[in-house]
Design a protein. Structure first.
Length: 61
């Protein structure tokens, strides 16, 4: 179980770094808003985070 938690934490940190590198500070803000909203079960905050990420993805493509 501890190994699984370490692997999940490493993947989350790696994903966060990838978003920071590719999409800058707004990507991190969107990712944090999405993850906090999902953890708190707050649809408004998770929706805002999702919209920010989708806008960044649409802009780059």
């Amino acid at each position: 179980m501890p190994l699984f938690a370490i692997v999940v934490a490493a993947l989350a940190i790696g994903f966060e770094q990838l978003i920071q590198w590719k999409y800058g500070p707004m990507g991190i803000i969107g990712f944090i808003a999405l993850s906090v909203g999902l953890k708190a079960k707050n649809t408004l905050i998770s929706g805002i985070g999702a919209v920010v990420l989708v806008m960044l993805l649409a802009q780059s493509g």
